[in-house]
Every structure is written in C-alpha cells, then in structure tokens.
Design a protein around this ligand. Structure first.
Ligand code: CAA
Length: 379
C-alpha cells in the first residue's frame, strides 16, 4: 500500500496549485459577489489540459489518471469551489459518458473538443419532479422519422447557460420504468431547446445553474447515447464518477477553510497572545485536520479504484458522503475560529461555508449516498 502521490501526480498538483493561486484566487471573491461565470478561465485551464485531465492525449486530454483529476479539483476548490464544479460538471458528467458510451461518430464530433476545452459540456438529468427519485422524470423523446423529438424540462443544470452540449435523459418508453429512459447528446443550438434564467443560489454563485426547456426539440437519431432504454444506467454510472469529483471539490473547500483558520489562529491576538495558543482553538484545528485527512483518503481511494478497474460506485458514495459533510463541519469551525470576522465577506471562510453546503446536495444528497451504501450492505 502506498499513500504517496506519484511524481506525475505531484507535478500536476504543483501546476494546478500555482494556477489556482495566480489566476483563480485573485478573482474568487469578486466572481462570487457578482454571480459572474468566469468564462475567461476556461481557455486558460484548457491550455493547461485542466478541462480534460483523465482523457487520452490523442483526444486533447492530459492523459492523466483519476487520482490526478481528484487532485486538480481539490486544488481548484481550495480557492474557488465554483471553478471546481465548472470543471467537474464538464469532465465527469458530460465528457466522460461520451468517451464511455459514445459512438465513433459522437467521439469524433465531440470528444476532442470537450477534452481540449474548446467545447463546454453539461448533464441534464434532474427535473422539477425528479430529484432524488431520478427515475421519475417526465421528459420524453419520441422517434419521428429520422429525428427524436424531445419535450419536457430539466432543472439545476450546472454550466447551463454556457454549455455547448448537454447529456440529456428522457423517456423513450414510459411504460418500461427505468428501462424506458434513454440518454442523448444535445447541441445547445438544437431547435426547440431553450435555456432558462439563472438560479440565485446560496453558494457556488459563480457557477451557472439554469433550467432547460425542450419544446418539440428535434435532434437527429444519431444523437442517442448508447442504446435505447439504457439512459438510466448511463446516468447512474456517470454519477458514480461525478460523485468522486464532488467529493474532491468538498475536500478542497475544507482544506481551504483549514488553511485560512490556521493563518488566522497565528495572527489574531486576544488576551495578549495569538489565539492559536489557546487549547479551544487547537482542538478545533486538530479535529478539522483529522477529518480532512480521512476525507482525502476516501476520495483518493475511490479515484484509485476507478484507475485500477475496480468497482468504485460504493467507494465514490462513501467519499462524497464523508467529504461533503466534513466540508460543512470544517467550514463552520473555520468561521468559529474567526469569530465575528468570519461571518463577513472580509475573510474567505463565509464563502467556504456557503459553498460547502451544496456538496451535500448535488449529484445525490447525503441521503442518496447512504441509500447506495446501505443497499450494497443488504444486497
Ligand atoms: N451503475 C449502473 N447501473 C445502475 C447503477 C449504477 N451506479 N445504479 C443503479 N443502476 C441500475 C440498476 O442495476 C437497475 O438496473 P435493472 O433495471 O437492470 O435492474 C436500474 O439502474 C434501476 O436501479 P434502482 O432500482 O436502484 O433505481 P432507483 O430508481 O431505486 O434509484 C437512486 C436509485 C440511487 C436513488 C437513484 O435514483 C439516484 O442516484 N438518485 C439521485 C440522483 C442524482 O444523483 N441526481 C443528481 C443530478 S446531477 C447533478 O446534480 C449534477 C450537477 O449539475 C452538478
């Protein structure tokens, strides 16, 4: 067993840490305050292969492993959770399923442009009446001649207003339950597709989250991803990897909050000495660091399982469950250490606290992760 990152993984970590410090950290508070999608970061990240970390170099990716990808998301989220989810939604939820399930023609058309960051992707599963119960979606896709015709709506789509393509699930056979759901690759310009207004969220405010509306939206039948009726399994398999991404994002948020709390504990003087000399503060820092370490082990293990061809769905759910709840707890303690200052926008920990919460919600709530884990225990 080896707990160290490899030389290649360390090089990627160093590169992204440097990028995050010089290009992302300086704008992180501003893009959060202004709810501004940092479009200017996408070409910069693309240049460093950050938009396609785990995909082959011949397709424009970095040709790196999933542990490296987790490290990349962690480093981005350490300074800006919005930037991390832009990359994670694009990579895990849109690019991965095309590499995994796409036809040669779909790969030819999209895979390179997604992996090299020329195109931005998004994933559209959730509907107003189908969140945790993802199979309850009402959107339909009917084969009419050479086209599928999509009708219905999707909500909470990460990258919604900026994506060039969407992986969309819709019912092709409503009588067949989950086996009647199919997945499609839909171009943003498909006639009959419109993108709705941005959500006003508690955190990750610089990421785009919109509904999508399909009104007799015609897409060619070649847009089917995988086989008809396999869309639910494709979505679930996609989320197995996506959840490692969210777990890595949560880990980065937690680490960023701990970094800020340590710096503050050293500099803030009360009772004539730095508050870091007080045991009340030391115990909080110790608990935070320990939980982060445990989360990191779970996150890297899940990614390592994926890299090594092992089943990783349960490991991914465990990593997301623990890392996301850790992020919320750690960010809360980081505010506590900062006292009243931590509750203001002058310090990054209030943003970390707001950003952490969503990691317990999207790509399956903590309750969904517990359902998945418990299901595997009782099978
Ligand atoms: N991989 C492959 N197949 C899977 C699977 C997986 N991980 N999990 C389930 N399946 C298959 C099952 O084997 C079953 O197949 P058969 O028909 O052959 O038996 C089929 O899918 C149905 O499985 P279940 O009966 O377990 O499905 P369910 O309806 O009970 O749902 C659930 C289970 C875990 C609750 C699921 O609905 C779920 O994960 N819900 C949460 C959805 C979610 O995470 N949404 C996030 C939206 S995306 C988002 O947030 C992205 C963003 O923008 C950031």
């Amino acid at each position: 067993m080896n707990f160290e990152l490899t030389e290649d993984q360390l090089l990627i970590q160093e590169m992204v840490r440097e990028f995050a410090a010089t290009e992302v950290a300086p704008i992180a508070a501003e893009i959060d305050r202004d709810h501004r999608f940092p479009a200017e970061l996408i070409p910069k990240m693309a240049k460093l292969n950050i938009m396609g970390v785990p995909f082959p170099e011949e397709y424009g990716g970095a040709g790196a492993d999933n542990v490296s990808y987790a490290v990349v998301l962690e480093e981005l989220a350490r300074v800006c959770a919005s930037t991390a989810i832009i990359v994670s939604g694009h990579t895990s939820l849109a690019t991965w399923p095309i590499f995994e399930f796409g036809t040669p023609a779909q790969k030819e058309k999209y895979a390179r442009k997604l992996a090299d960051g020329t195109m931005l992707g998004a994933f559209a599963l959730t509907e107003p009446g189908a969140g945790t119960d993802a199979a309850a979606g009402k959107a339909t896709a009917e084969l009419v001649g050479d086209d599928y015709v999509l009708n219905g709506s999707k909500i909470f789509i990460t990258n919604g207003a900026h994506a060039d393509l969407f992986i969309v699930t819709a019912m092709t056979n409503p009588a067949a339950g989950t086996r009647g759901i199919s997945a499609f690759v839909v171009d943003k310009d498909a006639p009959g597709l419109s993108v709705g207004e941005e959500e006003h969220k508690m955190g990750i405010k610089a990421s785009s989250t919109t509904p999508l509306y399909f009104s007799d939206c015609h897409i060619p039948k070649e847009a089917l991803l995988g086989q008809e009726g396999k869309g639910f399994k494709i979505a679930m398999a996609t989320l197995d990897g996506g959840r490692i991404g969210v777990a890595a994002q949560a880990l980065g948020i937690a680490q960023g909050a701990l970094d800020a709390a340590i710096a503050y504990a050293k500099e803030r003087v009360q009772f004539g000495k730095p508050i870091g000399t007080l045991q009340a503060i030391q115990w909080m820092l110790a608990d935070m660091a320990t939980e982060i370490d445990a989360a990191r082990l779970l996150v890297y293990r899940a990614a390592w399982y994926e890299d090594n061809g092992l089943p990783y769905g349960i490991a991914s759910s465990m990593a997301k469950l623990f890392a996301s709840e850790t992020a919320t707890r750690v960010a809360g303690k980081a505010i506590q250490i900062h006292g009243g200052y931590g509750y203001t926008e002058s310090y990054p920990v209030e943003r970390a606290y707001r950003d952490a919460k969503v990691t317990e919600l999207y790509e399956g709530t903590s309750e969904v992760q517990r359902m998945v884990i418990a299901g595997s225990l009782l099978r």
